[in-house]
Design a binder for this molecule. Sequence first.
Ligand code: ARG
Length: 314
Amino acid sequence: PPPTVVDEGDSLPFDPAACPDRPAHDRILLVRPTHFDVAYAINPYMGGDVDRERAFDQWRTLRDASDRYVDVTVLDPDDGWRRYGADVVGADGLSDPARPADHPDLVFAANLGLPTADGTGVVLASMATDERRGEPAYLAAWAEQAGYEVSSPPTGAFEGTGDALWHPDRRLLWGGYGVRTERAVYDDLADRLDVPVLALELTDDRYYHLDVCLTPLDAEAALIQPEAFTVDGLARLDEVFDTILEIPVDESLEGMAGNAHCVDGQHVLLPAGNPETESVLRDAGYEPVPIDTGEFEKAGGSVFCLSLELGTPT
Ligand code: ARG
């Protein structure tokens, strides 16, 4: 398949099942929530007071649960924040030399970048909002010392795996755009990563990232919130996935159920408190692993946003 972007309304110029295999991204990067807070509102869910101790407990539970299925690595913003922040910044011109405390959303690792198809590299994000602009510099510094090939962000707003999701096992990328990420970045990414991109438009602020309304489960199945997509977008999802499981609207909006993470094609980590979504998953043969992420939901994020999938560096 050619490395082009296919828009929703256009007919597929290739057979998605014929996309070559891709090694699993079997490592998860988490960012320690030392500075996590709700200090501004850039999505409709943000508000309320964060209980820091509880946030830490919830994050540790997520870390330990993830660790049962995949390799987990932790980026500590305080582990020499000059290295992760200020010092990197001047050099790459990436952002402002802010202290970690000025990045209360840094814990949402998914938004910081996108792994390459083979997982040995990572493309940095360029955040849509001023509030988060300085964050990808932390990933840049960490990933470089960890041995990943780090490449510069595309031109335009691009929020990493918040909006760009790899199709499981295949060299095929889903590209959400319209709220945070701009459609134009996918032309560059298709080219650079040498993969076709299936673009999906998001038009509703409540579904501000693709990862709050689409959870790929395996090469054949996905869990979605249909309300988030256009008619053409839904048709595309239907065309590519044999099985589409649906989340009830209230569990998406009140429980962030769409921000689930299928870590190994079988176990699905999802925010606790979504019994209907759990039974939809169980009925389809998946194993739901509920995790309490209530504190992070006050910032509009949950299980998937807190994790950045990566491969192993060469
Ligand atoms: N407060 C963060 C923001 O609005 C939450 C990010 C959640 N991340 C995600 N991938 N959905 O940017």
